[in-house]
Design a binder for this molecule. Structure first.
Ligand code: GLA
Length: 385
């Protein structure tokens, strides 16, 4: 396992001691996530089927009098910010923390400052929800140190608020919901309209493999927002609340929907159907069908929604050449980062060796980090350690 959770935990504890010469009062962890299927459906009030990853972002912290936070990140250095000031003044990564604190305060919670150290085993920009993990871990720290109650659902909404209103990224709820509410050893079908969830086990005979192309993206780019805006326009044209309510038959007769919009909507509508089928396939232990649906999902994301990338397409094709691979697809927002594969459990090692030794990122999309291919099991959601 290239990102063992224990190491982020130990590094956070050690880092706190080395930087602040004392033992932290509280340690919080939040996992990242990988989505098995149901991509770009959350903001269309549809269905998603993610798991939480067995590696974390960890914050070790002690309370601090007043409204200031002093935080050291092993990757990004030290930042101070004041909860009485606007988060836009705080540099990049620390703005996630500042945004969480300010939002919690705006809901009436008496949040005060702290001193902390952050270590993470979740690569950023890899589509494994590193920013959601940071938001959720920060929310737990703020509330625990200030002795304020918060439930996992509020925590998830707080994280999404920070993405939407502090960073201006109109993301859905999937990442924060799974990081906060995940169940050990289970995938979670999330209905992003009602936010009801149904857990389902991954059959023993298959393993989930993260395939990191080593390419990275910045989701704050305009493509994500464009896709979301298009979906909204099509829903309005179809006279439905969200694309969740539309069928493929609804699309054809509407002349005001151009070919591109129609492709985008076709992805969302068909992906919602695939996600529900994938959930049933997991329930009945039909891994072959799950694999097929994952491949269909990838093709739809690549050709209809156009959020895949040369590196993601290449690693998915490489994986599918292996006879032990039942399915593979890009995961998360897309454009770079990681894909996920479904592989027969008995041949996981061979699959991982083969894909990591044959894959190289294409010249059109060079890697900035090493290729990593490794199995993951579904972990539990965020917690205080
Ligand atoms: C990002 C967003 C999620 C979701 C995915 C695509 O991870 O944060 O809300 O929209 O992209 O499924």
């Amino acid at each position: 396992m290239p990102f063992p959770s224990l190491s982020a935990l130990l590094r956070a504890q050690e880092g706190f001691r080395a930087n602040f010469n004392s033992t932290p009062s509280v340690i919080a962890r939040s996992p990242g996530r990988v989505n098995l299927i149901g991509e770009h459906t959350d903001y269309n009030e549809g269905f998603v089927l993610p798991i939480a990853l067995p590696f974390d972002t960890v914050i070790a912290a002690s309370p601090h009098k007043g409204s200031t936070v002093t935080v050291h990140s092993e990757g990004f250095g030290t930042v101070n910010f004041d909860l009485d000031r606007d988060p836009s003044e705080t540099p990049d990564w620390a703005r996630y923390l500042h945004g969480v604190g300010v939002f919690l305060r705006s809901t009436g919670k008496p949040i005060s400052g702290w001193t902390g150290y952050i270590a993470s085993d979740i690569p950023s920009g890899a589509n494994l929800a590193s920013s959601a993990a940071l938001e959720i871990a920060a929310g737990l720290i703020f509330c625990t140190l200030s002795d304020v109650a918060i439930d996992p659902k509020q925590l998830a909404r707080c994280g999404q608020h920070v993405e939407n209103h502090i960073f201006g990224l109109p993301s859905g709820i999937m990442d924060q919901w799974i990081c906060s509410l995940a169940k050990q050893d289970q995938a979670l079908l999330i209905d992003c309209r009602t936010l009801s969830t149904e857990p389902v086990k991954i059959p023993e005979e298959v393993a989930l493999i993260i395939m990191d192309t080593g390419t990275r993206r910045d989701l704050t780019g305009t493509e994500y927002a464009n896709r979301r805006a298009t979906c909204k326009r099509v829903a309005t044209e179809l006279n439905v609340t969200a694309l969740r309510d539309a069928t493929l038959e609804d699309l054809a007769p509407i002349s005001s929907i151009n070919a591109t919009w129609s492709k985008r909507a076709r992805h969302v509508i068909s992906e919602n159907n695939r996600t529900l089928k994938a959930f049933s396939a997991l329930q009945s232990g039909d891994s072959i069908l799950l694999g097929k649906l994952m491949v269909e999902s990838h093709r739809s994301l690549a050709t209809d929604y156009e959020v895949s990338s040369p590196a993601l397409n290449k690693i998915v094709d490489t994986a599918l050449e292996n006879p032990d691979c039942l399915g593979a697809r890009m995961t998360g927002g897309g454009f770079a980062g990681c894909a996920v594969a479904l592989v027969k459990s008995e041949n996981v090692d061979h699959f991982c060796d083969e894909v990591s030794s044959t894959f190289t990122a294409p010249d059109t999309q060079p890697a900035v980090a090493p290729t990593r291919v490794y199995p993951v099991r579904a972990a539990a959601g965020a917690s205080i350690i």
